[in-house]
Design a protein around this ligand. Structure first.
Ligand code: FEO
Length: 395
């Protein structure tokens, strides 16, 4: 059902309670998601964004109840990714008088995704579209989080930034002040860490650009999750904090284990961290949700990674999280490696190579134990934990 968010501005989105994975299976979404889109009724009628194709029928029924589709003058595509453009093929057929509007890169993406002969009007930053009482201003936002991404700003201070500032979070309510604040924080952080973190430099410069434009911001209505109406700039301040990747004084241990030897080492490294009063969390990567671990890693001050040597390599779950650290561009972490081996024993060397590729300085020499760790190996693990704690505290 359409919900009036502000006078003559309606949320016409869909709540997807059952979504458990996004981007194929790349991202876990334990709490579902929403696809938020907006109808603006004025002298001209504009629709901003659509929904993922499986929800196109529901979306269009809801839209028909809110407006005569023949009266839609503009369909604005802030971002072409299929979770926002999936209903376009059907919608374009049903809205004969609507002009499609997107960024130049959006036109490329839509052409590649739909191979359709749509007439698109492309817009650039600062371009305006008067609707009557309201005027829209477009702001290109490349790499937040695709090259085509664009924000639409309404002259009464409402920002529609599409994916930026969103969360994969289905709830009974639509606004940030109506939901559990801890859940909201967790989902917004997980979304940032897994989706936007590689573009942190662009996030910081886009926020600077927006602040310099001095546009009023009374609400921020992202395309996923709840909308920010109470202190809407709180999420902008959080993005500035997360994008700066200033490390917190805490550590994260990541490990996989075959016969509990590497786990024993992880436990004792944790004891070393605790000896120096440094908070930490330990994750067995094979049994922990990868995206939840990534959320924890974004701001941790130290990452301590352990794996047995398996077939001259690392256990797959550890190799995968090391790849994530690199491709997500995480920064500013002290690091160390540990692991067990039976014969060839490359684990520590391989982990250290990957940590070096991430540009994480090694705060302590790695610890390698043959078969099960001996008392002496465990003393070295405890020492490794203490050294990492001191390095984080000194940082
Ligand atoms: Fe929500 Fe980039 O799609």
């Amino acid at each position: 059902m359409a919900i009036e968010v502000a006078k003559d501005l309606f949320w016409v989105g869909v709540v997807d309670w059952s979504l458990r994975h996004f981007h194929g299976h790349e991202l876990s979404t334990h709490r579902g998601s929403t696809y938020n889109c907006f109808l603006i009724k004025d002298e001209k009628t504009a629709l901003v964004d659509t929904v993922w194709a499986p929800f196109a029928g529901q979306y269009i029924q809801q839209l028909k109840a809110a407006v005569d589709l023949a009266r839609i003058d503009y369909i604005i595509v802030n971002h072409a990714e299929p979770d926002h453009s999936g209903a376009l093929p059907e919608l374009v057929r049903l809205c004969p008088n609507a002009q499609l509007i997107c960024s130049t890169r959006g036109a490329d993406s839509l052409a590649g995704l739909y191979h359709a002969d749509w007439k698109l009007q492309t817009v650039k930053t600062g371009q305006r579209l008067p609707l009557g009482r309201r005027q829209l201003t477009f702001i290109e936002a490349p790499m937040l989080h695709w090259p085509d991404s664009m924000f639409t700003h309404l002259s009464d201070g409402i920002l529609l930034p599409n994916d930026a500032f969103g969360q994969h979070y289905a709830t009974a309510f639509r606004f940030n002040d109506q939901v559990d604040q801890e859940e909201l924080h967790c989902e917004a952080l997980k979304y940032y860490a897994n989706i936007l973190a590689p573009f942190s430099a662009q996030v910081l410069s886009k926020i600077d650009e927006l602040l310099k434009l001095n546009l009023p911001v009374s609400m921020i209505l992202p395309s996923h999750g709840v909308m920010w109406r109470q202190d809407p700039l709180q999420i902008v301040r959080k993005y500035q904090e997360w994008a700066s990747q200033r490390p917190q004084k805490r550590a994260t241990i990541l490990y996989d284990t075959m016969w509990e030897g590497t786990r024993r080492m992880a436990d004792v490294i944790g004891e070393g961290l605790a000896d120096e009063q440094l908070p930490y969390k330990a994750y067995h990567t094979a049994v922990t949700d990868r995206n939840d671990v990534i959320a924890d890693l974004l701001l941790t001050g130290a990452v301590i990674v352990g794996s047995p040597t398996q077939n001259r390599g690392l256990m797959p779950s550890v190799a995968s999280v090391l790849e994530d650290l690199l491709r997500l561009g995480f920064k500013n972490k002290q690091a160390a490696a540990f692991g067990t081996y039976g014969w060839s024993g490359e684990c520590v060397k391989l982990i250290e190579e990957r940590l070096a590729a991430c540009k994480f300085p090694l705060a302590a020499p790695g610890v390698r134990a043959k078969w099960m760790p001996t008392d002496q190996d465990l003393v070295a693990c405890r020492e490794l934990g203490r050294k990492l704690a001191l390095a984080v505290q000194a940082g």
